[in-house]
Ligand binder design. Structure first.
Ligand code: NOJ
Length: 764
């Protein structure tokens, strides 16, 4: 067999490695291997391992890296991101393996956020499945595809708790709850990394953005975040810690400041909390040009910031090139001790070792594998199922849904034909041309007895400046040149000919995600006008929403017959919408973020505190915590979602009313499918502790179970609760539980719960 270029390079590396005294590492102890390598590295080469550059397809920040190849040759680069495909990866890796002095393999990072080429629903939608097992599988599929395409490191999971839907990046995370967020974070880490990172179908995961990025003030991206340590520990830090506990290999520092110091240079955060308290052993990377940006935060020169960041525990510099510029000089001046540089370098080399890169720098990537394993029919089938599971049925008056397979359906709205939007933001290497639009999918699924009429009715957005901004982020919106009135007139005439109207409205994918904050969360004006005109025809209107965040929909909730939240459903999102509309799949998604009634209610989240003057529902009482012009409650609460069937709950039964120490409580409800279809219910468990040494949330999610019931079927659902489930952080930031009364609440969502009380003491 003729050796190919890859075999020659690998062979020459093996020879070179053994000449350098390195043996192929698979059976070698990591410490000895890395120490040996470090012993041969110059200071410049060590600093090179702290330098990450962006090259290739997508540049996701203000700066694009230059001279990447030259940097690879002279060993001043740890890896690159935004570059994939076996050919491109191999070319650059061959350069590192064949031409750099020590032949240290490169990392290839990429934002594989919700799938690689098989694009799954956006993360916020995935969370609405409340199914960590399937989310883990989606990360597994993503890892398999991305690694076949040469990627070995993903900047995921993003686990920032978000209570403010104005923030566009709420789309990238799991929502507002720490417990569910933690479970999902762990599932994703397991999915990406598997149990053996050296296997060539895994990816090194990177939990981000550490920390508190979801709490940026006023929901404006990159803005300041500030909160008490107690709130951090109680709510915001939980999912990051969960990812660390699951063995995540890397952590990305966030853009925002934490307690007045940018996370990038925050020693308390990156060393005190992450390493000392949580025992994190991997490496920390900055976000895009974040060291440079410390200057604009008001932290002094970039040189000074490089010193701060290194000393804080930031191992790798993403794109700023501040470390390669300044660390040598800082080391000579003793401002940045070489020992810290060496520790950071060791962490990066260890990650490469764990990935098996020293044994196989190419990790089995090649065209053939990519061809065989990427975007397979099986992966697409899974994506379709997952998308259907992520949709949340918000309203269904008079059983408008599922649609009948006869009669006339008017499919109205600008999103029905869009394939690009289905993929959502951060859709990695996904190709929207492989998606099927809602219009085409509905046509395919409808059957011979249905006729579909179509009118666009409105443009996605009308504001020309917004349109330009969205299109510069790749939204590809080609506006219809007709006037609003003309388009609406056509849509109304179309609706009048139909039995039911399906209005596909919402956001362009580019209206959520990074740098996509909004101050108003209603449907864009033109779409709202269209909906009002169509509702006026008196035809039943099914609103099919596509959006990356909770929207404010009070009018829509009052006037549409049905509302189906479909987020951005991914590459199979169009088919999944058709599956749900025609009842092939009975919706089971549940919200993981509260939907406000208006933006003035924000921040709005279910696990809030009670206050000293709670509003108890009597509008005539003045001095209480409420608004004069809107209710306190959300329009759609956390945990909410309907089904084509209905479920009833019995009262909560407790195994005992008095417990002590490490005893176990069993709380049970009987759930019955009272409708006419089989369906899945998510039974949710919340716990309240009314009195404690620090104020507690009105309730905290502490468990859930998904059950599938046939019509008429009843199932007893039991939760086993121990003192571990009662723990919280006290004023000393100690995680423990306190004896007292507890309320166990079980039900279909955070606002409809059946409760039972008990007393739990420390010892018998
Ligand atoms: C900036 C984003 O904040 C981060 O989430 C992403 O991973 C990096 N850019 C790399 O693209």
């Amino acid at each position: 067999m003729k050796p190919n270029h890859f075999t020659i390079v690998l062979f020459s590396w093996l020879v070179a490695a053994s000449l350098c005294g390195q043996t192929p590492p698979t059976n070698t102890n990591m410490d000895a291997f890395v120490s040996g390598l470090l012993g041969r590295m110059t200071l410049e080469e060590k600093i090179g391992q702290l330098n990450l550059l962006s090259t290739g397809f997508d540049v996701t920040g203000p700066v694009a890296s230059k001279n990447v190849e030259a940097n690879v040759r002279n060993g001043s680069i740890a890896g690159v991101f935004n570059l994939y495909t076996p050919a491109r990866v191999r070319k650059l890796q061959e350069l590192a393996m064949g031409h750099s002095r020590l032949r240290i393999p490169l990392l290839f990072g990429y934002d594989v956020i919700h799938g690689h080429k098989t694009i799954f629903p956006i993360p916020l939608a995935l969370a609405c499945t409340w199914n960590p097992e399937l989310i883990e599988k989606s990360a597994r599929v993503a890892a398999n595809e991305a690694s076949a395409d040469g990627v070995n490191w993903t900047f995921s999971p993003m686990v920032d708790i978000a209570r403010d839907p104005r923030w566009g990046r709420i789309a990238e995370g799991a929502g507002e709850d720490p417990y569910l967020g933690g479970l999902i974070a762990q599932a994703m880490v397991r999915g990406y990394q598997g149990d053996d990172l050296t296997r060539s179908n895994t990816l090194l995961a990177c939990v981000k953005h550490f920390a508190l990025y979801g709490a940026v003030e006023a929901g404006r991206d990159y803005n300041t975040a500030d909160m008490s340590r107690l709130t951090m520990y109680q709510y915001y830090l939980w999912p990051y810690q969960a990812a660390v506990d699951a063995g995540v290999g890397s952590v990305m520092a966030s853009f925002n400041e934490v307690e007045g110091v940018p996370a990038t240079g925050n020693r308390w955060l990156l060393t005190g909390l992450l390493r000392k308290q949580w025992g994190f052993k991997g490496f920390v990377v900055s976000d895009y040009t974040a060291i440079n940006e410390m200057t604009l935060h008001g932290m002094g020169s970039v040189e000074h910031d490089a010193e701060l960041a290194l000393k804080a525990g930031l191992d790798m510099d993403m794109v700023s090139e501040a470390y390669v510029k300044y660390l040598k000089k800082l080391a000579a001046e003793k401002a940045a001790p070489e020992a810290i540089i060496e520790t950071a370098c060791r962490r990066v080399l260890e990650a490469k070792y764990k990935l098996g890169l020293f044994a196989d720098p190419f990790r089995g990537c090649g065209e053939e594998r990519a061809e065989r394993e990427i975007l397979t029919p099986e992966n697409r089938k899974f994506a379709r199922d997952l998308a259907a599971r992520s949709f949340v049925l918000l309203k269904n008056a008079d059983q408008t849904l599922p649609l009948k397979r006869s009669g006339v359906i008017a499919l109205i709205g600008p999103l029905a034909e869009s394939r690009r939007d289905l993929l959502g933001s951060w859709s990695a290497a996904g190709d929207w041309k492989s998606a099927t639009s809602i219009l085409d999918a509905v046509k395919q699924a409808a059957g011979a007895e249905v006729s579909i009429l179509r009118a666009r009715g409105a443009n996605l957005v009308d504001d020309p400046v917004l349109l330009e901004t969205l299109n510069s982020s790749g939204a590809d919106i080609v506006p219809d040149q007709r006037s609003r009135q003309e388009m609406i007139k056509e849509a109304v005439a179309t609706a009048q000919k139909a039995d039911v109207v399906v209005a596909t409205l919402g956001e362009s994918f580019a209206m959520s995600g990074e740098a996509a904050s909004r101050s108003e969360l209603g449907l864009p004006k033109g779409q709202e006008e269209l909906l009002k005109a169509v509702v006026k025809t008196g035809k039943p209107v099914v609103l099919v929403l596509m959006n990356g965040r909770p929207l404010t929909l009070p009018w829509e909730e009052a006037h549409c017959s049905a509302i189906l939240e479909t987020w951005f459903g991914g590459i199979e999102g169009g088919h999944a919408v058709a599956d749900v509309l025609f009842g092939e799949y009975n919706p089971s998604g549940r919200l993981t973020t509260s939907f406000p009634r208006n933006t003035g209610q924000i921040p709005l989240y279910y696990n809030h505190k009670t206050t000293g003057r709670p509003y108890l529902g009597d509008p005539h009482v003045k001095y209480v915590s409420r608004y004069l012009d809107v209710a306190n409650s959300p329009l759609f609460p956390f945990g909410f979602g309907l089904s084509y069937t209905s479920f009833s709950y019995s009262k909560v039964r407790l195994s005992r009313r008095a417990l002590a120490g490490d005893q176990t409580l069993v709380a049970t409800v009987d759930v019955t499918n009272t409708g006419r279809r089989a369906g899945e219910e998510t039974v949710q468990l919340y716990i309240t502790q009314p009195v404690a040494s620090v104020t507690r949330s009105v309730e905290d999610l502490r468990g859930f179970q998904k059950i599938f019931l046939q019509p008429g079927e009843e199932r007893a659902v039991s939760f086993r609760i121990t003192a571990e489930d009662l723990k919280f952080y006290n004023s000393e930031l100690r995680y423990d539980w306190e004896p007292g009364d507890f309320v166990i609440r079980i039900g279909p969502d955070s606002s409809q719960l059946y409760s039972a009380t008990l007393h739990w003491t420390k010892s018998q």
